[in-house]
Design a protein around this ligand. Structure first.
Ligand code: NAD
Length: 304
């Protein structure tokens, strides 16, 4: 197989001053891309700002002859980041939504500002950058977009009500844009990385941090952003050299019909049928939900 190259391609990578984003920026530049290295340069919980994080990565890229420009805006001002790409490189082909912070606390103790900032950075930020890039991608009939969720966003996690729900929102956003952009060759995928970085260095021991180097995530993002890739709307978990696609399964379920009123007791009595995964269906789109209702209840929602 020939090398995956990004010559002439313009790549925006948010939160590229550290961790995963920095590793993506270096690799895309090595593979010929022109890289917008965005980073607000604040703390892991979103306090402060500094231009040095992005500038440092740009200097690293330029040192090996790569092409990169720094942008220090918050992803909350996504249009400014895209403007940097337009001003310097006259376009945008790939957006890697990676910027992120943590503000963990139990739900009982969570402050409004912890909820709001997490949503602003993760959800509004990814939406704003992508929204500003979208018209360029539509016009050129090419785009590759990565959203960064988390295992917490897929499964939930104690102490991360704000983060996990924001990360879940990115799954919905990524999968919907995959549907809306697919026909225009704008492909969106969602990754759930496990990586040693400043977000995890206080919780994990050294050996785990080493085994989960961001370098083990980079090849997945390169593959998904390749011109040749057709993967779209997928959620991929990855870490320490492991890559795995996630999908939904649905039980055959309990179909009581609509001929007579249904009681809670009836459902309680047959709850095992709601939960029995024997012969489970794989559900890949909203059409599968409509089909299931049509199949079990006899109402044709698809042609309603
Ligand atoms: P990191 O802290 O090393 O890097 C995140 C970068 O985002 C930082 O450089 C930070 O300055 C930047 N950033 C934060 N807010 C920003 C804003 N408003 N605008 C622009 N830049 C901003 O963390 P990381 O582990 O590399 O995380 C990257 C992404 O991966 C995050 O979205 C994180 O939630 C996600 N993630 C990481 C892990 C993991 O195990 N490390 C697991 C699941 C998800």
């Amino acid at each position: 197989m020939s090398d995956i190259r990004f010559d002439e391609k313009v790549v925006i990578i948010t939160g590229a001053g550290n961790g995963l984003g920095r590793a993506y920026a270096l690799e895309f530049a090595k593979r010929g891309a022109r890289v917008v290295v965005n980073d607000l340069g604040g703390s892991g919980s979103g306090e402060g700002a500094s231009s040095s994080a992005a500038a440092k990565v740009v200097a690293e890229i330029q040192a090996f002859g790569g092409d990169a420009v720094a942008n220090c805006d918050s992803v909350e001002d996504g249009e400014k980041i895209v403007q940097t790409a337009i001003d310097n490189y006259d376009g945008v082909d790939i957006v890697i939504n990676n910027a992120g912070i943590l503000r963990d606390s139990s739900f009982a103790k969570m402050q409004d500002k912890d909820w709001e900032l997490i949503y602003k950075v993760h959800v509004d930020g990814a939406c704003k950058v992508t929204k500003a890039a979208w018209p360029y991608m539509l016009k050129q009939g090419f785009g590759r977009i990565i959203f960064t969720t988390s295992a917490a966003g897929i499964y939930g996690n104690f102490g991360q009500a704000n983060y996990s729900s924001a990360k879940s929102a990115l799954i919905g956003l990524g999968r919907t844009l995959a549907i809306e952009g697919g026909r225009k060759n704008i492909l969106s995928n969602v990754i759930a990385p496990i990586a040693g970085s400043r977000l995890t260095e206080t919780i994990w021991p050294e050996e785990i941090l080493k085994a989960t180097s961001p370098d083990f995530i980079v090849p997945l993002v390169v593959k998904l952003c390749a011109q040749e890739s057709s993967e779209n709307g997928s959620v991929i978990e990855a870490g320490a050299g492991w890559f795995s696609k996630v999908r939904y399964q649905r039980t055959q379920g309990l179909a009581l019909g609509t001929d007579s009123p249904i009681t809670a007791e009836q459902i309680a009595q047959q709850w095992h049928k709601v939960c029995d995964f024997t012969d489970a269906d794989v559900a890949e789109s909203i059409v599968d939900t409509f089909n299931a209702v049509s199949k079990y209840v006899g109402i044709d929602l698809l042609n309603a």
